[in-house]
Ligand binder design. Structure first.
Ligand SMILES: [Zn+2]
Length: 311
C-alpha cells in the first residue's frame, strides 16, 4: 500500500514537472514571435525604385501610414480627370501620389497609385522636420504624425503622406512643374462636359476633317460664362463668323481667349475684366450643332490646347 502511494506520488510529480516544462517552452516560443511581430521591419527601397514602380511605392506607404492605397490600372478611354472623379478627389491627388508622371496624359495599363482619400506624398529632404512639413502644407502637425503613424525617425524616410493637400509645386518633377505653372494662368470659363477636344477632328457639320482651334464644352443655353483670366475685351459681337455671338479677351501677356456660340453678351469692347468675372451666357449661335461653349486660347496668335491650362 505504501509503495503504491509513493509510486503515484512520483508519477504525479513527473507529470506536473512535464507540464511546467512544456508550458515554459510554449511561453518562450510565443514571446519570441510576439517580439518579432512588435518590432516593425520596414522594407527599404531607393527613391528611384519608389518613383519607378507604383506597387513598390504602395508597399512602402502601407507599412508606414494608416492610409489605404490601391493600384489603378488605366483602362481604355480613361483620363486623369475621370479617374480622379471616380475616386472622389481632384487630379492633384493622382499627380501628387504618382511622381513618375511627366504629363497629364495616361496610357492604357499605366499603373497609378491611388489613396483612399485625397492627399499627396511629400519627398522628405534632409532639413525637413514634422513641424516644417506641417507648415509647408498648412496642416496640423499631429494629423501629419497620426497619418504617418509607424514612422519613428523622419530623417530615414523617403516619402510621407500628406492627407487632404495638393502636391507642393517644388516637390514635382521639372516637367510637371512647368505644367503646373501654366495652370495658374487661366481658370475654366465654366464647369461642363467636354464634347470636343483640340486638334484634328471631323467637323460635325461639314463632315470634313479639320483642325479644331479650341475646345467645346457642352452646356445648356444660358449657362454663365466667365473670363478665363484678367484682361481687356477686344471683341463683343453677335456677328463673328462661325462663332456667332462671341467675346474675345486680350490678356496682355501674349495670350488671348475666345468664347463662341454665345446667347448673350454681358461686357463691352474695351472693358477690363477679372479672372472669373461673368462675361456672357452660353448658347448655340453661329455654326453649332447644339448648345455649347467654344473656348479658344491663343499664344502670340497661335492656337494652343486649352486643356494645357485648365484643370
Ligand atoms: Zn468648337
Amino acid at each position: 500500500m505504501k509503495n503504491v502511494i509513493i509510486r503515484w506520488t512520483l508519477i504525479l510529480l513527473c507529470l506536473t514537472a512535464a507540464y511546467f516544462i512544456v508550458q515554459a517552452k510554449v511561453n518562450s516560443i510565443v514571446q519570441k514571435n510576439l517580439n518579432s511581430a512588435l518590432k516593425v521591419e520596414f522594407p527599404q527601397y531607393t527613391k528611384e525604385e519608389l518613383i519607378k514602380d507604383s506597387e513598390t511605392r504602395m508597399k512602402y506607404l502601407l507599412t508606414r501610414t494608416n492610409v489605404k492605397f490601391t493600384i489603378h490600372k488605366v483602362k481604355l478611354k480613361e483620363n486623369l480627370w475621370l479617374i480622379a472623379k471616380k475616386h472622389g478627389y481632384s487630379v492633384h491627388t493622382v499627380i501628387g501620389c504618382n511622381p513618375q508622371m511627366k504629363t497629364y496624359h495616361v496610357n492604357v495599363n499605366d499603373k497609378l497609385l491611388l489613396p483612399e482619400s485625397g492627399g499627396c506624398i511629400h519627398p522628405v529632404t534632409p532639413t525637413d522636420t514634422w513641424a516644417s512639413i506641417a507648415e509647408k502644407y498648412d496642416i496640423d502637425e499631429q494629423t501629419l504624425k497620426d497619418t504617418n503613424c509607424r514612422i519613428t525617425d523622419l530623417s530615414k524616410e523617403i516619402y510621407i503622406f500628406i492627407p487632404g493637400r495638393k502636391p507642393a509645386v517644388d516637390t514635382l518633377n521639372e516637367s510637371m512643374q512647368e505644367k503646373y505653372a501654366l495652370r495658374d494662368l487661366f481658370r475654366s470659363p465654366l464647369a461642363g462636359r467636354l464634347s470636343s477636344t483640340f486638334g484634328t477632328r471631323r467637323h460635325p457639320i461639314t463632315g470634313k476633317i479639320s483642325k479644331h482651334g479650341g475646345i467645346d464644352i457642352a452646356v445648356k443655353t444660358g449657362t454663365l460664362v466667365a473670363a478665363a483670366a484678367d484682361g481687356v475685351v477686344t471683341v463683343a459681337s453677335t456677328n463673328v463668323g462661325h462663332y456667332g455671338t462671341a467675346v474675345f479677351i486680350d490678356h496682355r501677356n501674349g495670350y488671348i481667349t475666345h468664347y463662341g456660340h454665345l446667347s448673350k453678351i454681358l461686357v463691352r469692347v474695351g472693358q477690363k475684366v477679372k479672372m472669373g468675372q461673368i462675361i456672357a451666357r452660353s448658347g448655340s449661335t453661329g455654326r453649332a450643332t447644339g448648345p455649347h461653349l467654344h473656348f479658344t486660347v491663343k499664344k502670340n496668335g497661335v492656337g494652343v490646347d486649352p486643356l494645357k491650362f485648365l484643370w
